[in-house]
Design a protein around this ligand. Structure first.
Ligand SMILES: [Zn+2]
Length: 428
């Protein structure tokens, strides 16, 4: 079975026909926060393209609006607003300790709303071209304190981010131009399928709100150049990921996401985000669609449990469901993305080859990638399998830099808890 057929069969790419018929009312496309108003989008590359993209991305903006205005979604923002910068003695982490003001949710919501209204007056969005900066990982979005700071992302030495010098808070959010590529259709090219479009809208909404989490922190506490661990148990001191963790309990994004494909939305733990080899769980389209239904937002509490998808290390030992794992086939000397179901390889797709030989023949060899032993937890199985696969690949000449396990390389240095930069002495 090809990967595409398998994912279609599992309902991770499109809806089954009867599922489609039962679709409830979708979010009202007129209910979009003024923060996302058309006038806040820089008209590049042209006004017309921007307008077209704007009209086509309204479902994403309606969802982003829900995520920053719904009463039930307020906790993270209130915490960012009121939390007290503290140092956790045991871990050395600088984090936001709870503040009593977070308990007065009515008042706190008013203040969060006011902050977003203030941001709405100042913020600008732009489509970010693929930048050649020294980053190892691709960038779906980028938040800057001011347009000047966009330069510092390119070259921190030449454009230091000293806000007292650069002046006013004029937050700027760049979004990957690949979003624009999918949003606008040149005449004659096929429009995105219903499922692909919904995954695109979902991803745009998540990236927008992730970046807004950074913006709110910049606004609340611009004098601190570092971001704290918003909650002590966050994986990284990263506002956007902290927000994602709060809402989803994990990271969710389509994988793969490129010009050709908008893959299934996958859930993964934060240390699998930029890892290779990695493990993640594709979510059915019904899960993605749930976020766009009015009904979901009318009673968030009822849907709360469903909203947080699971990740591999939280699964029961007897888990039979689907998941992806990057695996190495020694015989074919190829890395493949394997979709497992019932603990057996269900579909395989080539992902990395060392040389340029055609991979189709190799895939056939790679398909036999074994089963997950019964009753072994996925976490344990993958931990062992990953080490062995990487070891075997290295023996066949795969370079070290192909592999990365754990925290995103881009954020490792900012983690200041013993695995990154050493901690300073002054208590905050
Ligand atoms: Zn971020």
């Amino acid at each position: 079975m090809t990967m595409e057929t398998a994912l279609l069969h599992l309902g991770c790419l499109e809806f089954a026909i009867n599922e489609h018929l039962q679709e409830g009312a979708l979010l009202n496309l007129n209910e979009i926060h003024t923060l996302f108003a058309p006038s806040n989008w820089l008209p590049v590359p042209t006004e017309e393209l921007c307008h077209q993209a704007y009209m086509n991305m309204r479902p994403a903006l309606a969802l982003a609006t829900k995520l920053i205005t719904s009463k039930e979604m307020m906790n993270w923002w209130m915490h960012a607003l009121y939390g007290n910068l503290s140092r956790h003695k045991k871990s050395g982490r600088i984090y936001l300790a709870d503040d009593y003001r977070e308990l007065d949710t009515k008042q706190a919501k008013l203040e969060v709303d006011a902050k977003f209204s203030e941001v709405a007056e100042k913020i600008r969005f732009y489509w970010m071209p693929p930048v050649c900066i020294d980053r190892k990982e691709s960038l779906a979005g980028m938040a800057s304190y001011s347009p000047y700071d966009v330069m510092s992302h390119l070259d921190e030495a030449q454009f230091p981010t000293d806000h007292s010098e650069t002046g006013r808070f004029l937050p700027t959010i760049g979004l990957d131009v690949q979003f624009l590529h999918h949003l606008v259709h040149s005449p004659g090219t096929p429009a995105l399928s219903h499922g692909s479009n919904l995954r695109l809208q979902f991803y745009i909404a998540i990236v927008l709100v992730h970046e807004l989490a950074h913006v709110i922190w910049m606004m609340v506490s611009w004098k601190h150049s570092i971001e704290p661990y918003f909650y002590l148990n966050d994986d990284m001191p990263e506002a956007g990921y902290s927000w994602e963790n709060h809402v989803f309990g994990c990271h969710v994004s389509p994988y793969p996401f490129d010009r050709e494909r908008i893959g299934p939305v996958c859930s993964s733990s934060f240390d699998e985000i930029a890892a290779f080899p990695s493990i993640y769980i594709p979510q059915p389209m019904a899960w993605v669609r749930m976020w766009f239904l009015e009904e979901t937002w009318k009673d968030l509490h009822a849907h709360r449990a469903k909203m947080q998808p699971t990740v591999h290390h939280k699964l029961p030992d007897c888990y039979q469901g689907v998941f992806f794992a990057d695996r190495y086939s020694r015989r074919a000397n190829i890395w493949v993305r394997v979709l497992y179901k019932d603990r057996k390889a269900y579909a395989v797709q080539g992902s990395k080859v060392l040389d340029q030989e055609a991979e189709s023949g190799k895939l056939a060899v790679a398909i036999r990638l074994g089963t997950v032993p019964p009753k072994q937890s996925l976490a344990k199985w993958f931990e062992i399998t990953r080490v062995r696969d990487v070891q075997r690949a290295k023996e066949r000449g795969w370079p070290d830099e192909e592999f990365h396990v754990g925290r995103s390389r881009d954020y490792e240095l900012s983690c200041y808890d013993g695995k990154g930069t050493p901690l300073g002495d002054d208590d905050t």
